[in-house]
Design a protein around this ligand. Structure first.
Ligand code: NAI
Length: 285
């Protein structure tokens, strides 16, 4: 999709990757609406972008459906139309599966998957209605392709996001709405500070809280990719309407190993031709 003169709504856009995407889009001539739960970060992001005529900020918890509609209204009040939905807000809470309790599941799935759903339900009809087309980009993770140990809630949500983007791409193409899944490897960001965002309501039945406090002390490696670099990669992916936007070629052999294992598990039998025709629409050829 074109971005110059278009408006992007970016969840979790006040820090890290979302801010990097905002920066690339502003440079390319788009308007950006940064929606984020962290009020203080919103003011800092606006100052960092230094392009007030192209930038709007709105406080939003992506799990708040009524709030999402109000934020979309605010975006339209400022810039008229929303063309690009960048579903990027996410939290990095994780731990061993046997320590994972309901509050951990509910918070992680609520933000990392539910927040994406709320964005689609709120904003997709608005993009469809103005008829100018657009793009949906959702931040999944490299971990959706090569699962990382001890990240059950995180990886489950990110794999769900990937399947969701793959599923809706064909449906939205006739409306000139492109769809991309962004699957970054390690990026310099504030994700280790996610624990400070855990709502009181999700603190009673959690097995992760001590682990979250430890994670906050984890240093950010200078070898991880910068938000600026990934922002430019996302911009290129939007322009090309790439279904998959990846960042780290280091993961390619592991991805091949995984998919070879899946293919090796196929029943080693001849194809049943009438059956193949009956299910042809499912085969993805
Ligand atoms: P970050 O913590 O720097 O940025 C995330 C932003 O989302 C923050 O500004 C935070 O305030 C906001 N946010 C969190 N919960 C929210 C909610 N309920 N409603 C609205 N905003 C909320 O972290 P980062 O790394 O930039 O994360 C962005 C996305 O990238 C996430 O979806 C994350 O899972 C994903 N990701 C990050 C990777 C990394 O290495 N940093 C790798 C792969 C994926």
């Amino acid at each position: 999709a074109d971005v110059r003169g278009k408006t992007a709504f970016i969840t979790g856009g006040a820090n890290g990757i979302g801010l990097g995407i905002a920066r690339a889009l502003v440079k390319a001539g788009a308007n950006v609406v940064i929606a984020d739960i962290r009020d203080s970060s919103l003011a800092e992001a606006r100052a960092a972008l230094a392009a007030d005529s192209q930038v709007e900020t709105v406080q939003l918890d992506v799990t708040d459906r009524a709030g999402f509609a109000r934020a979309a209204d605010a975006a339209e009040a400022r810039f008229g139309k929303i063309h690009l939905l960048i579903g990027n807000a996410g939290i990095g809470v994780m731990g061993p599966i046997l320590d994972t309790k309901y509050d951990d599941w509910d918070w992680a799935m609520g933000v990392n998957f539910g927040g994406v759903i709320n964005g689609l339900v709120t904003i997709l009809p608005r993009i469809k209605a103005h008829g100018e087309g657009g793009q949906v980009v959702t931040t999944s993770s490299q971990s959706a392709l090569i699962p990382v140990p001890m990240t059950a809630t995180y990886t489950a949500a990110k794999a769900a996001v990937l399947g969701l983007m793959e599923t809706i791409r064909g449906e939205l193409a006739p409306d000139n709405i492109g769809v991309s899944a962004f699957l970054p490897g390690p990026v310099q960001s504030n994700i280790a500070m996610s624990g400070e965002l855990r709502p009181e309501a999700f603190k009673q039945d959690s097995g992760y809280i001590d682990r979250e406090a430890q994670l906050e002390k984890r240093p950010v490696s200078p070898l991880w990719m910068t938000p600026e670099e990934v922002g430019e990669r996302v911009l290129a992916g939007i322009r090309a309407n790439d279904l998959y936007i990846l960042t780290h070629p280091e993961f390619a052999p592991g991805m091949r190993t995984r998919f070879d294992a899946i293919l090796a598990s196929m029943p080693d039998e001849p194809i049943n031709q009438p059956r193949a025709e009956a299910i042809g629409f499912l085969l993805g050829n």
